[in-house]
Design a protein around this ligand. Structure first.
Ligand code: MRU
Length: 359
């Protein structure tokens, strides 16, 4: 398993700088929650679940390294920390899910000694990390049922070990199917503009001994026409109650291409990615990133500086284009109705907790 992130007993976060992969495996170390927010905003730490995990530890660090004996100031500082982390990126539900959990723990313990509050926050951050690893495992098992004995799977962006607390979501399904002895070949979209496919997914698949070809994003339809793709599996940054999903820009094109070629299009994500409070994907904020991600390659300008650029980081896949959504509970088929899932999700978290407490 790739070591992507660790919170140490010196209250520092050590994390793999994903912007430098695969050419450099460099770990950064910080005691400052603002660096965690910066690492998320700059994609040194990325992928919806990992962003949430990092933010949770950012909260613990922000509280630990703040020196006060005044309760009011302590509280004001806590909300300043969570606000800074919340503003790091807008789209992935997991970030807000993690901060909501940390805030709930803070508010439930607010009358206690500062050290006890900090301990409770650290336990919650560890739980968010461990639960995510467990959810990935279960997504892998559930999703592997969708794959036959010999399959070619196309994936976009990186929804693997590097994006989560465990083996990944979309890639977790592939790793699990491979472990079951299935013969899985992967087509990896390079994923312009930040190349999460060629830099991260290719790196991960190589590490895990999965056979793949790297392709440019615009080649996918050709492969489908030639009958070379059996299914597409992607992760998600946020899923609405009706099953609309938002994922890396280019996912919508893949779903449209799948519909045309009658190829299944699957989305894999944990319950922490589902936004139970929104009805449809139209309500999801899509992050717009810097034009320089498109007009420069490795810092070198490749266009005139004054040209107009659009650079949304994600796009919306309408539920009618999604063949199935794989979560840690089951494979969901349309029409999507996560009505009972919210409750199931909460009881699942409490089951894991009571297992941890040895109840
Ligand atoms: O901009 P990124 O690299 O954070 O985008 C990541 C994705 O779009 C992933 O597919 C998504 O977060 C799911 S990760 C399990």
């Amino acid at each position: 398993m790739i070591d992507k992130l660790e919170y140490t007993n010196k209250h520092e976060l050590i994390f793999l700088d994903q912007t430098l992969l695969p050419l450099k495996e460099k770990y950064l170390k910080t005691k400052n929650y603002k660096d965690v927010a910066e690492a998320i905003a700059s994609l040194r730490i990325r992928g919806a679940p990992l962003i949430g995990i990092a933010a949770a530890y950012g909260v613990v660090m922000g509280v630990h390294h703040y020196d006060t004996d005044n309760r009011k100031n302590f509280e004001i500082h806590f909300y300043k920390v969570t606000e800074t982390l919340r503003n790091s990126r807008p789209t992935a539900r997991n970030l807000f899910y993690a901060i909501e959990r940390m805030t709930k723990v803070f508010e439930e313990n607010i009358e206690k000694d500062f050290l006890d509050i900090e301990d409770a926050l650290l336990r919650e951050a560890d739980a968010i990390f461990d639960e995510d690893a467990e959810m990935c495992k279960r997504i892998g098992v559930n999703g592997s049922e969708l794959l036959g004995e010999k399959m070619s799977v196309l994936t976009h962006c990186n929804a693997g070990e590097l994006a989560t607390g465990g083996i990944g979501t979309a890639l977790g399904i592939i790793y699990t199917a491979k472990q079951q002895g299935k013969d899985i070949f992967v087509y990896v979209d390079e994923t312009r503009p930040l190349l999460q496919g060629s830099r991260l997914t290719a790196y991960e698949l190589e590490e895990n001994g999965v056979e793949f070809d790297l392709i440019i994003d615009s080649m996918a339809a050709n492969l489908m026409r030639d009958g070379l793709v059996d299914c597409v599996i992607v992760g998600a940054d946020r899923i609405a109650s009706n099953g609309d999903a938002v994922n890396k820009i280019g996912s919508y094109s893949l779903a449209v291409n799948c519909a045309f070629h009658k190829i299944p299009f699957y989305v894999a994500a944990p319950g922490s990615t589902i936004d139970f409070d929104i009805k449809s994907g139209e309500e999801i904020e899509i992050e717009e990133r810097s034009s320089e991600e498109i007009t420069r390659i490795k810092g070198e300008k490749i266009t005139r500086s004054d040209i107009s650029v659009q650079n949304p980081a994600f796009d919306l896949i309408p539920n009618e284009l999604i063949t199935a959504i794989v979560t840690e509970y089951k494979v969901h088929f349309p029409p999507y109705n996560f009505g009972g899932l919210k409750h199931m999700f909460q009881s699942y978290i409490s089951t894991l907790r009571s297992e941890e407490d040895g109840e």
